[in-house]
Design a protein around this ligand. Sequence first.
Ligand code: AMP
Ligand code: MG
Length: 404
Amino acid sequence: MRASAYPLVEVDDAAALVLERTPVLSVERVPIGECVGRVLAEDLVATASLPAFPSSAVDGFAVRAADAGKKLRVLGESAAGRPFVGSVEPGTAARILTGGMVPDGADCVVMVEDVRFDGQAVTVPGGLHAGNNFHRPGADLLAGERVLTAGTQLGPAEIGLAAALGHAALGVRRRPRVALMSTGDELVEVGEKVPPGKITDSNRWALLAALREAAVEVRLLGIAPDEPEPLRRLVAHALTDADALVTSGGVSVGTHDLVKPLLESLGEVHIGRVKLKPGKPFTFATIPPSHLAFGLPGFPVSSLVTFEVFVRPALRKMQGFAQLQRPTLPVRLAYDARASADRTEYQRVTLRREGADLVADTTGSQSSSRLMSLVGAHALVRVPAGGQVISAGSTLEAMILALP
Ligand code: AMP
Ligand code: MG
């Protein structure tokens, strides 16, 4: 073992440095049917008002409010998509259906339930008010209004809105392409027999899932041995068409830890150690012309926690998200948390509600090899360094993974 040459960087500084070096990807036009989950690249301004015409909210009769209480001659019908051509004059009405255009002259709609209709004439109740039972032009939104801002993720409502305004395609950010590999001579492909001293590669599947959740395109590269040349070849190949490389393992200071020197030889290593628990050996490099490389530690919990803290926000920046971080909320500890002496720790907890409070229970041993500490966790509680015991009942900030 040798001492690491890399300075220990504060978590927040490291996270900021990663984001500083992370580019926002280019814009592409995508048909709206394929836009779910994508991030809008430009503000969307309504080019027309909605509704564009006075649109009936009910089935009934379009009348003049001044004709309240009278028997009115019915001139015709205004159905959705088939407007009545003509004007509702005093003493007359037009039958109207939901979504039908309110004809000229009419200023309110009476619900069919409230009238007597004999086939030719309709008797309407008293007390009618102009504007009743129809949507005025522009009631939902006005032409010129900014309806979506750049950086918004497109979900069903946003896509429906874009369609309603006539956009068949939208300008969204390109999805990052990420190459993913595991490193380590001890690793065996999942499902294969595990000889003594070997372990199954689980990180690649955990990280693949994390990348899929982050909605990026993934290229799975398999397992690289702890040998410089094969590792170099795999990484060089991976970088030909990837925006980012994610590796696990091989970043600590053991003699077999080859990822840092390899990244040094290919580009510039900006972060080699972080005051973070778990995840101290997290490594971040840039490789010309524009690749990012994330060397995640091999311990399964370390790789997923460093993914959350550093990689996920970077992938969100690439995709153009306005919001890069997961939400954080104050939570009340139901256990005594022992702080690390010199590292910010992300402790895994489940949450439960007590009145207005979120109460955090530990998931048990916080060993970085113990995936069960992350299974079912609702949040990562951020425990500041200092070595002290933070007693049950204290409130700390937590990164929310899922609310109970
Ligand atoms: P390393 O960061 O390579 O020193 O690995 C640290 C620990 O994580 C070792 O116990 C490794 O066996 C384990 N580890 C490394 N890579 C993986 C992986 N892909 N899946 C599961 N465990 C791993
Ligand atoms: Mg290793």
